[in-house]
Design a protein around this ligand. Structure first.
Ligand code: ZN
Length: 165
């Protein structure tokens, strides 16, 4: 539009011989040229910014591709681990049921009761001088009594099934 206006003013100059008119039109053309220069400068700056934005966009896009790939790999790994854990859990459950059946009835009951009360951990063993379940320290007398008794007993504190090794 500015270029058209400038061309039009030039045409008017070509058609007149009036000095004042020529001077006014020339000034107008100079003003148009300055405005064009300013617009070109701003356009250049905008193009520079646009280039920078495009670079960032490309970086973001490639990062997204990379992250999507990682996500898929992690999901696959997680699903594999979850399946393996599920299998282990089933095996452990079957083993536990088999061991429970092998226990005398009163000890099996003691174990079930403790398991329900202690968040799934119904059995413990003597570790040094304390119970591995509740960590209460036994007296020397208690230790002697436990060691002198059955291989499988009951913790007098947490009432878990106690394995005496
Ligand atoms: Zn205990």
């Amino acid at each position: 539009m500015i270029r058209e206006k400038s061309t039009h003013a030039q045409e008017q100059i070509d058609q007149t011989s009036n000095y004042k008119e020529v001077a006014a039109l020339t000034k107008e053309i100079e003003g148009f040229a300055k405005r064009l220069e300013k617009i070109e400068f701003e356009t250049f700056k905008l193009l520079e910014r646009s280039d920078k934005i495009k670079t960032v966009e490309e970086q973001v896009a490639s990062a997204l591709v990379r992250l999507n790939k990682q996500d898929a790999e992690l999901l696959e790994e997680y699903q594999g681990q979850a399946a393996a854990l599920k299998k282990e859990e089933l095996q452990a459950q079957q083993e536990r049921e088999a061991f429970e059946k092998a226990l005398p009835e009163d000890l099996a009951k003691c174990y079930e009761k403790a398991r329900e009360a202690k968040g799934g951990f119904g059995a413990a063993r003597i570790e040094g001088t304390h119970c591995s379940g509740c960590h209460v320290e036994y007296t020397e007398g208690q230790i002697a009594k436990l060691r002198g008794g059955e291989h499988i007993s009951e913790c007098p504190y947490c009432h878990r099934l106690l394995v005496v090794e």
